[in-house]
Design a binder for this molecule. Sequence first.
Ligand SMILES: [Cu+2]
Length: 258
Amino acid sequence: MIDPVILQQGSDWRAQAEVFDEIFFVFLALGTLVGTIVVAYTLWNVYKYRDDGNRSDEEFDAPVVGELPTGQGGPKAKKLFLSFGLSAIVVISLVVYAYGLLLYVEDGPDTGDEGDIEIMVEGYQYGWAYEYPNGHTERGELIVPADQRIDLNITSRDVWHNFGSSDLRIKSDAIPGDHSETWFAVSSEDVEAQGGEATYRVECFELCGPGHSQMKSQITVLPQDEWEEWYAGTGNSSASANVQTPGAGVTAPSGVSA
Ligand SMILES: [Cu+2]
């Protein structure tokens, strides 16, 4: 099939948001183009074959219901196969193209595992807890470095939740006893554009109880060096790791001590 690597030219990888925006644009542009051609051609034929009273009934070669136009290679058959062929080319190209991008969105860029960070995400009524590879846990705010692939391993402590961030175009089930995976990456350009610290809203996308609408969280992306400094300071101090308090929807993000 299509090697996702070809999608990673230029910068090392593409954010999911970029991929989805591109798919949206391609389908919108193509849909507009095809729609314009079809409607224009239809209107042209309505005009061309209008009843102007000059054509006798015998001349008119009306289509017969239930019969394909024969034509024996004549104009009708040609038009039929031309339109069928063009449609097939467009549809098959779109399927191959979209499927290649889908594979990329699901698997993510191949970064050779170096520097990938896997974070355990646990949903609970009503909030999100994050556990880093060094055991540090954070609640309410996920702090990650820019230019790095972040793998999320998502589960739930109690009922069904759904972890998602619209801005990052990620969304994944959080189901007790099960683990689902997704990834994201934010470029340092995006972090720079947001003033040195990029933030993205996280919400629960599965109705999970009366506190569902309060089940918000935040992803904060820091420049790599700042993040490393912060991460080194986390050690095994899990001061904010007390995730037992039920009903505490939004927790104040523990400040980034850089
Ligand atoms: Cu929820």
